[in-house]
Design a binder for this molecule. Structure first.
Ligand SMILES: Cc1cc2nc3c(=O)[nH]c(=O)nc-3n(C[C@H](O)[C@H](O)[C@H](O)COP(=O)(O)O)c2cc1C
Length: 308
């Protein structure tokens, strides 16, 4: 077990685990403590971390501390900045500089915006905007969905726009349409099942066979799911909602313990499949069954050929 090596290189830095604590918070008062604790865990365990949307802090300098604390806690680690895909170039660059980020998330959350009474309604020109930011941004851009998944058509268009890092942010985990429904959003609960499931979004991205770096996220809740995503071709896996819930409801020690055992189980899956590292895990046969296989067939992707 001691010889199982999950280490990886990501954004030019070495990490002990192919794991990202995904974008959640910043700006509000409580976020300072939350981000400090998440960042210290990321540093201690050797994982990457993304901050929540920084737009608010670009506009209001007194809200920047809860983001900067992430870099202070983890001066040498991998940290990802975050703004919406429709943000202007100045906002994007300021977000990166605020935390000396290694990459910039441009998040897509059209369904959530449309479900919110006060949300955005204008998305015209968003791909051109992403292209402009990608050209000028001093660090790589990661196109990121937030729980509804990226299709292969979207990934192909974003690739043409210059993007090389993708977080599929698929359906199956935190669901912002459902969250907005509970807050009395416009969709009621009629579109709660909207989105491309994470496994399908990931398979579609891999199917393109483009030279891209893939983060699998959206409903990753167990080491088995994480291992499956890595075996399917994800370079990294990411988790958001459950980590925040454990931190807020139980505390930082409990979150550290949760991650410790999660990573132990991930190592166990590697050992049980006879893989010493993630590259070897990727050589193992993958079986695509059930709903995922059916969805891929409906998208004209043969799941058996895909897996072989
Ligand atoms: C409380 C909360 C806040 C979030 N805020 C952001 C955000 O500011 N920017 C962003 O790109 N994604 C945000 N997300 C989305 C997550 O980064 C992630 O894509 C999504 O929750 C799916 O992963 P999960 O199922 O592991 O939670 C947020 C998620 C949660 C739960």
């Amino acid at each position: 077990m001691d010889d199982i090596d999950l280490s990886c290189s990501f954004l030019g830095k070495k990490l002990k685990y192919p794991f990202v604590i995904n974008a959640m918070t910043g700006g509000i008062a409580e976020a300072l403590v939350i981000n400090r604790e998440l960042a210290s865990l990321a540093a201690k365990l050797g994982m990457a971390m993304a901050v929540g949307s920084q737009t608010i802090a670009v506009n209001e300098p007194n809200l920047r501390d809860s983001f900067r604390v992430v870099r202070e806690e983890n001066p040498d680690g991998v940290i990802i900045a975050n703004v919406g895909a429709g943000s202007d170039l100045t906002t994007a660059i300021q977000a990166v500089e605020m935390i000396n980020a290694d990459a910039l998330h441009l998040h897509f959350n059209v369904p959530q915006e449309l479900a919110m009474p006060e949300g955005d309604r204008r998305f015209r020109g968003i791909i051109d905007n992403v292209m402009k930011i990608t050209e000028k941004c001093p660090v790589p851009v990661v196109a990121k969905e937030t729980g509804f998944g990226l299709s292969r058509e979207s990934v192909a268009r974003l690739f043409e726009a210059g993007v090389r890092f993708f977080d599929c942010g698929g359906q199956g985990g935190s669901n912002f349409i459902a969250i907005e429904s509970q807050r009395g959003g416009i969709f009621d609960d009629e579109l709660d099942d909207w989105g491309i499931p994470t496994a399908v979004s990931l398979a579609e991205m891999v199917y393109l066979q483009l030279p891209i770096n893939i983060i699998a996220s959206g409903g990753i809740r167990s080491a088995g799911e994480a291992a499956k995503a890595l075996a399917m071709g994800a370079d990294m896996i990411a988790m958001a909602g459950p980590l925040l819930k454990i931190l807020v409801q139980q505390g930082v020690d409990e979150l550290e313990q949760y991650l410790h055992y999660f990573l132990y189980r991930l190592q166990a899956v590697l050992l049980m499949t006879g893989s010493q590292n993630v590259n070897e895990l990727r050589q193992k046969p993958v079986l695509i069954l059930g709903d995922t296989a059916e969805r891929l067939r409906a998208r004209n992707i043969d799941p058996i050929k895909w897996a072989n």
